[in-house]
Write a protein that binds this ligand. Structure first.
Ligand code: BGC
Length: 518
């Protein structure tokens, strides 16, 4: 094979590729990791309002809930109940650190397989739980699954997808998160009438997608980047040809090899991530996840039924409202799949931030006006709040939901991708944990003011997405530095006199130009 000059590979032309069945199937199977994540998010919301579940594990909350004069804003304020929801994210934070190591040393595929095993164990423990300890142990195991899955799946999809379709395919992950949430809401709606063990069916249901993921993860390919990174060049080239569906993959192969050689020179990816030239990606990749959680989305996802009950809806009506907002979540994520590679990432983020600001503000105003300490909210404003929640969810679902996972999986060069992505996922988990643990107490203390707290953060998100994020639409993943970061009005200054990317890339480039490509 002739030597491949780097000037040809890094010049920004897209690499030839078809959207093959192989890429589609592998992306969908891997995205089942998202379904597991979504199911776990959605299931705790409904289960925590089921009386049978509360009597067994949280009798104090049960009593408080049924005390007629209890403060509207405080009836669910219980640290243990919040711990049931949040413990999963605590485990996920720790797990994604180990997952980032497994991902780099052993590959994306085994990391996804490990996730499915933890999911399965967690679902079984939860379904059979006899006491709070067993229940929390199950949640912790699910959390480890989430840590492993969320670390590996978006990376996996970004690496196997052709650049042109990367955004859309990557959003399959988010799409299945939303499908998981909806499935959980629907199952809760059904099992809430099955006494006294409906909650066991809800929690045990997670075993079904976990099993599918376990079986599916045995047939997916390993990504070419991960194979080449671990010294399996031939297999990498073979897989690349297979997933691209064209013979002419040499340019892309050379680009991956170039990125890999640089990556392999980096012995301490975490240290390298702290260098000046990695800072733009690190800051944007983590900040966007923090802001995603501070939109307040998980207040709706975790506590929508509780919130609706707070406003005076009955138990069934509350679960039904959660099903409605869950359906809107799925439908709006489809909008993102269609638009993200056409309109771009930034415009969707900016538009949706404005939409969400209006909704959070309006909800705050309505609650302030109509939800007093012990009254039942009048029907009309209560209905308007449900509509506002739905519009809020729609905005999130076509923007900050999917795009934040997408951006953080595509902005890093290979050498810091795993480490950088670890920071992104763990930031997401930390803030998910904080919201899950603190929301019910914050609602009790701040009352309607909590919605203005989220509005404030949304304003910051608006400014951040409009000014600080580079557009990454359509740029091959290994050309991000040159074509996105070095062109950004602010971040470009981080790449002046850039020894890390400059000298190392040039050294390796010179070597590769001299020797045959494969
Ligand atoms: C977020 C989750 C959220 C979900 C809602 C995801 O992108 O990371 O925290 O619950 O979207 O669809």
């Amino acid at each position: 094979m002739p030597a491949i000059a780097l000037s040809e590979t890094g010049n920004g032309k897209d690499f030839p590729a078809k959207l093959t069945g192989q890429v589609l199937v592998c992306s969908i199977i891997a995205a089942f990791g998202g379904l597991m994540f979504g199911y776990d998010i959605g299931i705790s919301a409904g289960v925590t309002t089921m009386d049978d579940f509360l009597i067994k594990f949280f009798p104090l909350v049960y009593e408080k809930k049924h005390r007629a004069k209890e403060d509207n804003y405080c009836k669910y304020d219980n640290q243990y109940l919040q711990l049931f929801t949040s413990s999963l994210y605590l485990a996920a934070i720790v797990a994604c650190f180990f997952a980032s190591i497994v991902c780099r040393k052993f590959g994306r595929k085994p990391t996804i397989q490990a996730a499915s095993v933890f999911f399965l164990i967690g679902a079984i423990l939860n379904c059979l739980a006899q006491n709070l300890g067993m229940l929390i142990a199950g949640r912790l195991s699910l959390g480890i699954g989430v840590g492993f899955g969320n670390q590996a799946v978006p990376l996996f999809i970004s690496e196997i997808a052709p650049p042109k379709y990367r955004g859309g395919l990557n959003i399959c992950f988010q799409l299945l998160i939303t499908v998981g949430i909806l499935a959980a809401n629907l199952i809760n709606y059904g099992t809430s009438r099955i006494h006294p063990y409906g909650w066991r069916i809800s929690l045990g249901g997670a075993a079904v997608p976990a099993l599918f993921l376990l079986l599916g993860s045995c047939i997916i390919v390993e990504t070419p980047a991960s194979l080449i990174e671990r010294g399996k060049q031939e297999q990498g080239l073979y897989t690349l040809r297979k997933i691209r569906g064209v013979k002419d993959v040499e340019k892309e192969y050379a680009e991956i090899c170039r990125a890999t050689e640089i990556s392999n020179l980096i012995k301490h990816p975490y240290r390298s991530l702290m260098k000046k030239s990695s800072r733009p990606q690190l800051i944007c990749g983590t900040f966007i996840h923090m802001l995603q959680q501070l939109t307040g989305i998980n207040v709706v996802m975790f506590y929508a039924p509780v919130l609706f009950q707070t406003m005076g809806y009955g138990s069934n009506a509350s679960l039904l409202s959660a099903v409605i907002s869950g359906t809107i979540n799925v439908a709006s994520t489809l909008v993102a799949i269609v638009l993200v590679d056409k309109a771009g990432r930034k415009i969707l983020l900016v538009q949706a931030a404005i939409q969400m600001i209006i909704c959070q503000c309006a909800i705050g105003v309505i609650l302030k006006m109509f939800l007093l300490t012990t009254n039942t909210m009048p029907t009309v404003p209560a209905k308007v709040v449900v509509i506002l929640v739905c519009v809020f969810v729609a905005g999130f679902a076509w923007s900050w939901g999917p795009i934040c996972w997408l951006i953080s999986s595509e902005i890093y060069p290979l050498e810091t991708r795993n480490a950088g992505y670890f920071f992104a996922v763990s930031t997401n988990m930390v803030f998910t944990f904080v919201i899950a643990q603190a929301f019910l107490s914050m609602l009790c203390k701040m009352r309607w003011g909590i919605f203005f707290f989220f509005t404030g953060w949304l304003l910051i998100s608006l400014i951040f997405s409009a000014t600080m994020l580079p557009e990454t639409k359509g740029i091959p993943i290994d050309e991000m530095i040159d074509r996105a970061w070095k062109k950004h009005w602010y971040w470009k200054s981080y790449f002046k006199n850039d020894n890390h990317d400059g000298s190392k890339r040039t050294e390796v480039a010179a070597e590769i130009e001299e020797k045959p490509a494969a």
